[in-house]
Design a protein around this ligand. Structure first.
Ligand code: XUL
Ligand code: CO
Length: 455
């Protein structure tokens, strides 16, 4: 036992600082247990590898787990043991990994693959013993200097080939561990200047690599989902998978729509200048909603801080979208998150997870209350009611064209659209968030303003 001082974390209401306050895994909400709704996953890289290093200083957290790093297999096994202990104590049933989060790379590809075979035998045994599952796997094709100019988008065909070989192995490991997803995050799939970059050729190559991966994975029996994880920048300046909409365009242009979904990350959404909810809605509306990297950025900093989520408002809006999508199928909520550099001990790691899990548990509870309250949903529906009949219905059905709409408009001066009532809606959300059951007069009983309502 690596963290003897940390208890198994339980749901209770009394004031115990290492306990869940809102996450009650077996409580049934909307016909499913909370753990089925939320499908929390641990990210191997942050939790078991990340030591808190930044641009200006080394790590503050020790992730040697009592082993000598010169013995990579011993270190990898100790990391695995720690990971399973953490998942057990938190009741987390899934994990996500990059190939070389699991064990350090060897000198050659062959040696690296041998190490990966050995460590995944070890991990698989532990999975069988505990029932822990793999949410998704991926390949680190961005850290090593060989990938400085990209992997699938590298100007060097040898590097493309090497990335393909590494991805082949990562897919095999994902299948071996029963992963229900495979992620492409294009860390260095982008460019710095068009003076040295053939953007179209690079994007076509990226699509070739994704197509090869899909074909190979399906040929070895992978039945899960493929996801692209959009991110606008960092480390590349212009990243090809900027946001969900841009990535959908890439998929459509290369005939990959329907074969690849999205892993939407909260911090990547805000870096792209969007809300997290916007990115989730864009994925749902395009039929590509898949999985979530649940974290949070610091809006005053311009980089990917990957903080554990604590913003209940954002989590609530996120869970409204997840419910709208009909819940997760192969995806889940992966904590692509780490404690701050000054929060460096084991207790900090547990606090990160507890706060993150409670934030999403509360988000789920509040999302359900907002939906059941009905006022926000009713208002939204009512706002578009003019398209249900008359000229609006003719627009939607295609019966009316420009000529008909001109004839219609020559007959009448249009009224302004009804008020958007944004402040009222924000107030309703606050009432649900902070008062539980709203007690004030039913604002929504008042119909939306018409042309006679004073403005
Ligand atoms: C980087 C990031 C990655 C992906 C997996 O910003 O989010 O960790 O989640 O490669
Ligand atoms: Co991520």
């Amino acid at each position: 036992m690596l963290f003897p001082e940390i208890p198994v974390i339980q749901y209770k209401n009394q004031d115990d600082h290492l306990a869940f306050r809102w996450y009650n895994p077996d409580e049934v909400i909307l016909g499913k247990t909370m753990k089925e709704h939320l499908k929390f996953a641990l990210a191997w890289w942050h939790t078991l590898c990340g030591e808190g290093a930044d641009m200006f200083g080394g790590g503050t957290a020790d992730k040697s787990f009592g082993t000598d790093r010169l013995n990579p297999m011993a270190h990898a096994k100790a990391k695995t043991d720690a990971g399973f202990e953490i998942m057990h104590k938190l009741g987390i049933e899934y994990f996500c990994f990059h190939d070389h989060d699991l064990v350090a790379e060897g000198e050659t590809l062959a040696e690296s693959n041998k190490r990966l075979d050995e460590i995944t035998d070890y991990i698989k045994k532990k999975m069988d013993e505990t029932g822990v599952k793999c949410l998704w796997g991926t390949c680190n094709a961005f850290s090593h200097k060989r990938f400085m100019a990209g992997a699938g988008t590298s100007p060097s065909a040898d590097i493309f080939a090497y990335a393909a070989a590494k991805i082949k192995k990562a897919v095999e490991l994902t299948v071996k561990l029963g992963g229900t997803g495979y992620v492409f995050w294009g860390g260095r799939e982008g460019y710095e200047t068009l003076l040295n970059t053939d953007m179209k050729f690079e994007q076509d190559n990226l699509a070739r690599l994704i197509r090869m991966t899909i074909e190979y994975a399906r040929s070895i029996g992978f039945k899960g989902d493929f996801y692209i994880e959009p991110k606008p920048m960092e480390p590349s300046k212009h990243q090809y998978d900027v946001d969900v909409a841009t990535t959908c365009n890439f998929l459509r242009a290369h005939g990959l729509m329907g074969e690849v979904k999205m892993n939407v990350e909260a911090n990547h959404a805000t870096l792209a200048g969007h809300t997290f909810q916007h990115e989730l809605r864009a994925a749902i509306d395009n039929g590509v909603f898949g999985s979530i990297d649940a974290n949070e950025g610091d809006l005053l900093l311009g980089w990917d801080t990957d903080q554990f989520p604590s913003d209940v408002y954002t989590a609530t809006m996120c869970m409204m979208e997840v419910i709208r999508a009909g819940g997760f199928t192969n995806g889940g909520l992966n904590f692509d998150a780490k404690p701050r550099r000054m929060s460096y001990d084991a207790e900090d790691l547990y606090h990160g997870f507890i706060t993150g899990m409670d934030t999403y548990a509360l988000g789920l509870r509040k999302a359900v209350q907002i939906i059941e309250d009905g006022r926000v949903g009713n208002f939204l529906e009512e706002r578009y009611v003019s398209y249900k009949s008359g000229i609006g219905a003719d627009i939607v059905s295609g019966k009316a064209g420009l000529a008909e709409l001109e004839a219609y408009s020559l007959q009448r001066e249009p009224q302004l659209p009804a008020s958007g009532r944004q402040e009222m809606l924000e107030g309703i959300v606050n009432c649900v968030l902070f008062e539980g059951k709203p007690r004030m007069r039913r604002w929504n009983d008042v119909p939306p303003p018409t042309e006679n309502t004073p403005r």
